[in-house]
Design a protein around this ligand. Structure first.
Ligand SMILES: Nc1nc2c(ncn2[C@@H]2O[C@H](COP(=O)(O)OP(=O)(O)O)[C@@H](O)[C@H]2O)c(=O)[nH]1
Ligand SMILES: [Mg+2]
Length: 300
């Protein structure tokens, strides 16, 4: 996928944000009202109340320090403030250390299966041996969906009967991956609502089984979060972090969201690295997250 598609995806995401800001950032003098309006706009874009306040305070301070008195001088400063905040709070970017088992978790429909396919495709293109495991044993359609991707990418997949114990599917897949010397095993899991306690416990069990049987492979988990889900994404991350240790976030559907600002509270609150950003439904619609690139695309 081209750079342009990423940019245009992010730009649609934040068109409303950008338009609102343009109305504020005109070539008039900065007043207290300008800051109030910027803060309101940030809140509307899901950055969260406290973060909006912090961003606005930092912006105000920078404008004073750099003697910016006209509102149209605020945009470059706002970009710097956002990049600083994202970078300060972003956990050290952690590349997946191969050989590895990566478990995808998250609420149903947030893009786990699609992200797995995109990620598998990415590593296959780098010449790695990738294998998939369909441990979403609740819905036949889920196994079919992953099988179709595996066929398209031309990689092996471990699956089992419907209703089988998800943890034992994961166990079998790990054993098989180790025996075959696979570089990367990606495990799909059933979509869970964060309030379904027994399903969350099952997820915890799967994680424990994998950590005990990962052999020489490193174990990671990532959670997919739908960019259109607003601040609800924060409670999803909190709930899943209780069931298993989370190592990264994939923010999906950035192309379809009008409020990509959600990434700011996610990073500031959870300090988890954003592994990837999903910008479409195709195999190549996955991008590495880069704070500056993101802010530039967001604010034009
Ligand atoms: N536009 C867009 N759609 C996506 C993206 N990621 C996933 N989807 C779509 O969202 C729907 C749910 O995705 P799926 O991977 O099945 O979610 P899961 O239930 O978490 O496994 C599917 O229709 C996907 O094609 C993305 O980055 N952009
Ligand atoms: Mg799925």
């Amino acid at each position: 996928m081209s750079e342009n598609k990423y940019k245009s995806a992010l730009r649609t995401t934040n068109l409303s944000f950008f338009n609102k800001l343009k109305n504020i950032i005109t070539n008039s003098d900065i007043t207290d009202e300008s800051y109030e309006e910027i803060m309101e706009t940030l809140i509307l874009c899901d950055v969260g109340m406290e973060n909006a306040e912090e961003i606005t305070n930092r912006l105000q301070q920078r404008a004073r320090e750099e003697k910016v008195y006209r509102a149209d001088g605020l945009l470059p400063l706002l970009k710097e403030v956002l990049v600083d905040l994202l970078t300060e709070n972003l956990a050290q970017e952690q590349d997946i250390d191969l050989p590895a088992i990566v478990m995808a978790v998250g609420v149903n429909g947030t893009g786990k299966t699609t992200t797995i396919a995109k990620m598998a495709n990415r590593y296959v293109k780098q010449g790695k041996n990738v294998m998939l495991a369909a441990a979403d044993t609740f819905r036949a359609a889920a196994v079919d969906q992953l099988s179709i991707w595996a066929k398209r990418i031309n990689i092996p997949i471990v699956k089992s009967e419907m209703g089988a114990d998800a943890a034992s599917v994961a166990y079998d897949a790990a054993t098989s991956a180790a025996a075959r010397g696979v570089d990367l095993l990606i495990v799909d899991t059933a979509g869970r609502l964060q309030n379904k306690i027994n399903l969350m416990q099952e997820l915890g069990k799967m994680y424990n089984v994998l950590s005990k049987n990962k052999q020489d492979m490193n174990l990671y988990t990532f959670i997919t979060v739908d960019a259109t889900s607003g601040l609800n994404a924060l409670s999803q991350i909190e709930a899943f972090a209780k069931a298993c240790k989370l190592d990264g976030i994939v923010l999906s559907k950035v192309d379809g969201s009008s409020k990509g600002g959600i990434i700011i509270p996610i990073i500031m609150k959870h300090r988890l690295p954003v592994w990837f950003v999903g910008v479409g439904e195709g195999l190549d619609d996955l991008r590495k997250f880069d704070a500056r690139e993101y802010v530039e695309a967001m604010l034009g």
